[in-house]
Design a protein around this ligand. Structure first.
Ligand SMILES: [Zn+2]
Ligand SMILES: [Zn+2]
Length: 168
């Protein structure tokens, strides 16, 4: 799997992001299959110039004919177009969201930036929430209090249930 990152507005991929993601993937036995790249050219232009209201999923599907081995992680860092777009689709997505399993967006305050980037990336790799979206309470399958797939947890650790779902 290739993860293409993009930083916009005051966003920034955390300097510990790759290392922590690698550690999580290693625990899942999948660390050898991941590659990283920064968005450039046509993709960077599309993300920078997107108007915040047209379908982002559609625009990206037009650009990438085959998305089976590519995922996109955007760090926006503030209250701008990606955050507004995500909140219009998922009102409880305070720090970040995942769109159609292909695009992860992070717009968290600084202390929660790394955990949100990791959380959204795990969604991109097929991992479900470890909390019930209606109550925000942890799922019974998640036995780790510090699991980053729970709601509102700030950590770099994923529980065995989350690890077992990773597909890269
Ligand atoms: Zn989530
Ligand atoms: Zn969990």
């Amino acid at each position: 799997m290739k993860i293409i990152t993009h930083e916009i507005n005051t966003g920034g991929i955390d300097e510990k992001y790759k290392e922590n993601l690698f550690n999580i993937l290693e625990l899942a036995g999948q660390s050898k299959t991941i590659e990283f790249e920064s968005a450039s050219g046509e993709l960077a232009n599309l993300l920078n110039n997107w108007n915040g209201s047209d379908s982002l999923e559609f625009a990206l599907a037009e650009l990438f004919k085959d998305t089976s081995k590519i995922r996109l992680l955007i760090s926006e860092g503030g209250t701008e177009k990606f955050k507004s777009y995500c909140l219009s689709k998922a009102p409880h997505a305070e720090w970040g969201c995942c769109l159609s399993g292909f695009i992860g967006v992070e717009y968290a305050p600084e202390p929660n930036r790394l955990v949100t980037q990791l959380h959204e990336t795990l969604h991109l790799l097929g991992v479900d929430e470890c909390y019930h979206e209606n109550t925000l309470e942890p799922k019974a399958e998640c036995l780790e209090n510090k699991c980053l797939m729970r709601h509102g947890v700030v950590s770099t650790m994923a529980c065995p249930y989350a690890l077992s779902q990773i597909q890269s």
